[in-house]
Design a protein around this ligand. Structure first.
Ligand code: ADP
Ligand code: ZN
Length: 297
């Protein structure tokens, strides 16, 4: 049985064919241009295979409310050509299969939970620190979904006193994404994040803001494990720096081994590497297939 998965990102759409064990048989990368250029290529890829269902983990914000008239659409986004684009409806009408839909980070959280760094647990939080910052949470095998999907990259933090950078978030200025995303690092320090690796000041401040954010997530959501991915987290020195600062910030308040002696198993890199998102999209596909069977029975 084959499933289709799409990891829909701001620079590329990764399309893949996989089976229920998560094995990937075919994969294609389509550049994210305007929908009229990108989507026909994506649909053409899936027409070459017989898939039971399709899962999409998408950049956002997206409408995940199944009761809403705009369910499955991309909402207001800086990528203007995609604003209000009916992604789910378009692929469903073209491919005639059930479609599972969620955010890219929700997909990655599912991927890491069932096939990666949080295997065996009942939930985890996945955060990406890349072009943007976003996170998805699974608790008791359910994705956190309320009024909308969480937007944990835009939380406010306590500024480091010596940090005068105004931040780059178009909505909030100095929210977490405005201060600590890859483009924020480049704007603050004048060089792409990947070229800053020898400057300890950069990573100390970055670890400060990320540790503050993790503290909020832990206190509010109590995730079972935190998986940190995205381009900026390729700076592996961030992991020990974040763990140390997180422990200081928590101040011993939560007396749990995960947050003390086992913090190195609690805040971890993705085991699936760059495959977390596409693996999650395939899990969304399998879930959509199961749901459609249940609905028909
Ligand atoms: P996206 O968020 O667009 O899906 P990525 O997760 O790869 O993509 O994030 C891209 C961001 O990560 C860019 O801002 C880039 O500067 C930064 N980045 C990529 N590689 C590294 C690296 N080795 N060290 C630090 N930052 C990096
Ligand atoms: Zn913001």
């Amino acid at each position: 049985m084959y499933f289709g998965g799409i990891e829909a990102g701001g620079t590329k759409f990764v399309c893949a064919i996989g089976d229920e064990d998560g094995k990937i048989y075919a994969r294609e990368r389509v550049a994210t241009e305007d929908p009229d250029a990108t989507i026909p290529k994506v649909i053409q890829f899936f027409r070459n295979f017989k898939i039971e269902s399709l899962g999409i983990g998408s950049f956002g914000p997206i409408d995940l409310n199944k009761e809403s008239a705009t369910y499955g659409c991309i909402m207001s986004t800086p990528k203007l050509a995609w604003t209000d684009y009916p992604l789910v409806r378009t692929v469903k009408e073209a491919l005639h299969v059930p479609v599972g839909f969620s955010t890219d980070v929700n997909g990655a959280a599912l991927g890491e939970l069932y096939r990666g760094a949080a295997k065996g647990l009942d939930g985890c939080l996945y955060i990406t620190v890349g072009t943007g910052i976003g996170a998805g949470l699974v608790t008791n095998h359910q994705l956190l979904q309320g009024l909308s999907h969480p937007e944990m990259g835009h939380v406010l933090l306590r500024r480091s006193p010596e940090d005068k950078f105004e931040g780059i978030c178009p909505y909030h200025g100095d929210c977490l994404e405005g201060l600590a995303s890859g483009p924020a690092l480049e704007a603050r320090w004048g060089k792409p994040a990947s070229e800053l690796k020898n400057d300890l000041r950069v990573w100390k401040l970055e670890a400060e803001y990320l540790a503050q954010a993790l503290m909020q997530y832990i206190l509010i959501l109590s995730p079972e494990r935190i998986v940190m991915g995205g381009g900026v987290m390729k700076q592996k020195l961030l992991f020990p720096m974040i763990r140390i600062r997180l422990q200081e910030l928590l101040g011993g308040y939560l007396d749990l081994p995960e947050l003390k002696e086992h913090l190195d198993e609690y805040v971890v890199p993705p085991a699936l590497g760059d495959n977390a998102g596409i693996t999650g999209a395939l899990i969304l596909a399998r879930q959509a297939f199961t749901e459609s069977r249940v609905a028909r029975a």
